[in-house]
Design a protein around this ligand. Sequence first.
Ligand SMILES: [Zn+2]
Length: 291
Amino acid sequence: MAVVLSVSLACGSSDQEQDLANTPKKQPMSVVTTTALLADLVKNVGGDLVSVTALVPPGADVHSFQSTPADNVAISRAAMVVSNGGGLDQFLDQVIQRSTSDGTVHILAAKALLELDDEDPHFWQNPVFAVRYVESIRDGLIAADPTNADDYQVNFTEYKDRLTKLDFDIASTLNTVDPTRRHLITFHDAFGHLAKRYGWQVTSLVGSDASQVSPGPVVEILEKVREQGLTAVFAEPQFNSDLLEKAAEEAEVEIGPIYSDVQDGEVANYIDMMLFNAKSLARLLRLSAKN
Ligand SMILES: [Zn+2]
């Protein structure tokens, strides 16, 4: 008899849970970001409370991106808009002036960091700086949706712990490379903050805005590769890597993948991207030089 009773109670409570699950929930808050990377950071702090759209499509270069009329519509419907700042996603400035409605919260994720460096806006390449990004995002979410402030704070704290672990994991992976080979040679100057954080040198073919391409530096790069006995240079998927490939071929070194601004099927989120980069650098630069 007791068994039967407990079964019927269990059924009753399950029905109640079902009823609760069917209660209509508040729609998630609409957030628009410029890049997929920022969208990932927002998802980690906003969780189920937000629905996030990135304007720059997967695989595209943010520096040369031009917004479309559909982007204006997305922004006009957003409760919060997140951009990087520092000249990375300037395309947004005009769209924002045209399309945001009153009360839309606009967050410049890198705002607190711009006084440290006004040259290189790729601050997220240092996970300690990424924590500053998610702090700005948390504050923006709380400003746009104060009733859920506690949830945003809890999510923020959990994600911050993951970023602290990420910093540690990157350092231990990169430290497996001989100090004389801690030199990242790549296409565009997006890795200065990574290099500073972990004591690496970085050389790139074009500036941090990725706008000017000239073959001049290739010769210089080849010299560095030879002098330092480097075993690899690194190409970013969103840029044509012909120049770099040519340099790698002439210097007889490997060409490996590295991600700066873009995510794709290989790296689906910020943390995966950073770990992928560290492993890619360590794997290819630990190799013995050919001569
Ligand atoms: Zn960039």
